[in-house]
Write a protein that binds this ligand. Structure first.
Ligand code: GLU
Length: 469
C-alpha cells in the first residue's frame, strides 16, 4: 500500500504557523514512507475564501521547502462537489441518513432543557427531501468508535453520545465534515495528519467512512500550538502568519527547524540540526500530544544562529529584499541610487554577528547610504550632554589630522582624546556615534567610520557640533 497523506488548508486567511507545522509533518511522513503528499485547498466556504489566500498558501509552502511541482495537486475541494452530493445521496438511499426539518428551537421545545444536541425526532418519520430539509446521519445506538491515532493511541467514543449530525444543509449542500471525508476517500488518502482541534469531528467522520464502505485512514492529531499564556494561538491576538515572519527576516531553514520542534525533538541534546537529520529522525509516533508552546524569543535566537552560520556571501544575498524593498517588504529609507554595494559588503560581516532577523539590517546600515543620518532624538538628548561640544571639537581636530583613515588609528586617536579628559572609550565614543549614525547602538564604531570615509564622517561631526552651539 502506498502511503498517501494530504495537507488540506482552507484559504480563509493568512497562512498560519500551525498549518506550516502540520504541512511539514505530513511532508516528512510521506517522504519517510516512500509515499505521496497531496495538497488540497478546502475552498468550499465561499463567503470566507479569497484567491489571494490560496496564492499565499502556495508561496508560503514554497518558502518553507514544500515546493510547487514536488507534490500532487493542488486540488480544490469545490471541484469535487459532485462527489460530495453523490455520497450524501448514497447515505440517504442506504438508510444511513434521513431528512429532518427541525429547527433548534423545535428541539429545545421538545426536550425542555438547554440544547444538548439533536433528539432524533425524524429518525423514523420518513420525511422526504425538500427545501429546508437537512440530511442527518443516523449514528449507531450502541457500540463504540475507536480512532486509531499514531499520536494519541486509540481514543474511544461511545456511539450513543454522538448525535445524528447534519451532513447536508436544507439547501442540499453537503457540509464540510462530509466533503472532507469524501475528498480523502476519492484521493485515496491513507493517513490523515492534522491539528488536534479536528479530533472531536473524527469519530463522526470515521462513522461516515464506515457507512460509505471504505476502510478509514490512520489518524494523527498533532498538538495545538499555544502562546506563553497557554492560549491557542489566535490571529487576532498573536503573530501567527508565516508571511509576517518571512517579512521580518526569519530564514526558512530556521523556521522549519523550529516548527518541527513543536512537540518533538531530535536525538541527543540538540535542537538546531540540519534538515536531513530531521527528515531521518522525525517520528510521528513520538510527537508529544500536549499543547506545544510557540516561543517567539526562542525562534528569534534560533534565527540568529542560522544567520551567523551563513557564508558571508549568502548573508549578503539574504539581506537583499530588505536593502531594496522587494514585494511586500517595505523599502529602506535611502534611495536606490544611494545604496553602495561595496560599502555594504565591507560591513556585512560585522552586521551578520549582531542581527537576529534580517530586517534589522536596515537600521544598522542606513547611516552608510543616507546623505545625513536619521537622528534618534531621544538618543541625542541622552548622549549630547555638557562637554560633548568640546569633545567633538577635539575629536574633529584629531581625526582631521589623521594620516591613515583606518579603524585602528581612529580608535587610538579617540582613546587619546578621551584620556585627556579622564574619560573611558565608551563615554568618548558615544557622542561621535550619535553624530555619525544617529543612534547609540549599532555596528562597531571605528570599522563603520573607516567604511563611511573621512569626508562624510567629519561633515557629520561638524554638523552635530553646530547643533550644540
Ligand atoms: N481545512 C481544514 C482546516 O484548514 C483541515 C481539515 C483536515 O485537515 O481534515 O482546518
Amino acid at each position: 500500500m502506498t502511503v498517501r497523506v494530504r495537507f488540506a488548508p482552507s484559504p480563509t486567511g493568512m497562512f498560519h504557523v500551525g498549518g506550516a507545522r502540520s504541512a511539514l509533518q505530513n511532508w516528512i511522513y510521506a517522504k519517510q514512507q516512500g509515499g505521496v503528499f497531496v495538497l488540497r485547498i478546502e475552498d468550499t466556504d465561499a463567503a470566507r475564501n479569497k484567491p489571494e489566500w490560496t496564492e499565499g498558501i502556495l508561496s508560503a509552502l514554497d518558502w518553507i521547502g514544500i515546493s510547487r511541482g514536488s507534490y500532487e495537486g493542488p486540488y480544490f475541494q469545490s471541484e469535487n462537489a459532485g462527489e460530495h452530493r453523490a455520497a450524501a445521496a448514497r447515505l440517504y438511499e442506504s438508510g444511513r441518513a434521513y431528512y429532518c426539518d427541525c429547527t433548534r428551537e423545535d428541539v429545545q421545545a421538545r426536550t425542555g432543557s438547554q440544547y444538548q444536541g439533536y433528539d432524533g425526532y425524524h429518525r423514523d418519520r420518513n420525511l422526504g427531501p425538500g427545501v429546508g430539509h437537512a440530511l442527518r446521519f443516523r449514528t449507531p445506538d450502541e457500540g463504540t468508535t475507536v480512532v486509531v491515532d499514531l499520536i494519541r493511541g486509540e481514543p474511544t467514543f461511545e456511539n450513543r453520545l454522538i448525535e445524528d449530525f447534519v451532513i447536508a444543509r436544507g439547501d442540499g449542500s453537503p457540509v464540510f465534515l462530509l466533503a472532507n471525508v469524501v475528498d480523502d476517500m476519492t484521493m485515496g488518502i491513507t493517513h490523515v495528519v492534522r491539528a488536534e482541534e479536528h479530533l472531536p469531528n473524527t469519530p463522526k467522520q470515521q462513522l461516515l467512512w464506515d457507512a460509505l464502505g471504505v476502510k478509514p485512514p490512520v489518524w494523527a492529531h498533532v498538538p495545538v500550538v499555544v502562546n506563553e499564556k497557554r492560549q491557542k494561538l489566535s490571529k487576532r491576538r498573536d503573530k501567527v502568519a508565516l508571511e509576517a515572519y518571512r517579512e521580518e527576516g526569519y530564514l526558512p531553514g530556521a523556521m522549519r527547524n523550529y516548527l518541527m520542534l513543536l512537540g518533538w525533538a531530535p536525538s541527543g541534546d540538540r535542537e538546531i540540526v540540519p534538515w536531513s537529520v530531521i527528515e531521518d529522525e522525525f517520528r510521528l509516533e513520538e510527537v508529544n500530544p500536549s499543547p506545544a508552546f510557540f516561543d517567539e524569543k526562542k525562534l528569534r535566537a534560533f534565527n540568529g544562529d542560522y544567520i551567523r552560520a551563513l557564508p558571508v556571501d549568502e548573508f549578503v544575498d539574504a539581506c537583499q529584499p530588505w536593502l531594496t524593498g522587494t514585494g511586500t517588504i517595505a523599502p529602506p529609507p535611502w534611495q536606490p541610487e544611494e545604496f553602495d554595494a561595496e560599502a555594504f559588503a565591507a560591513v556585512a560581516p560585522l552586521a551578520q554577528t549582531r542581527i537576529t532577523v534580517l530586517s534589522e539590517i536596515v537600521p544598522n546600515v542606513d547611516f552608510l547610504f543616507l546623505a545625513s543620518p536619521l537622528i534618534d532624538e531621544a538618543a541625542w538628548a541622552k548622549t549630547m550632554k555638557d562637554g560633548s561640544a568640546e569633545l567633538l571639537d577635539s575629536a574633529i581636530a584629531a581625526f582631521d589630522a589623521l594620516e591613515s583613515w583606518d579603524a585602528d588609528s581612529l580608535k587610538s586617536t579617540l582613546e587619546a582624546v578621551g584620556a585627556e579628559r579622564g574619560l573611558k572609550l565608551g563615554k568618548t565614543q558615544a557622542p561621535v556615534r550619535v553624530a555619525v549614525t544617529g543612534r547609540t547602538v549599532g555596528l562597531p564604531l571605528f570599522e563603520s567610520l573607516e567604511v563611511l570615509g573621512r569626508e562624510r564622517t567629519l561633515t557629520r561631526m561638524r554638523a552635530a557640533r553646530l547643533r550644540l552651539v
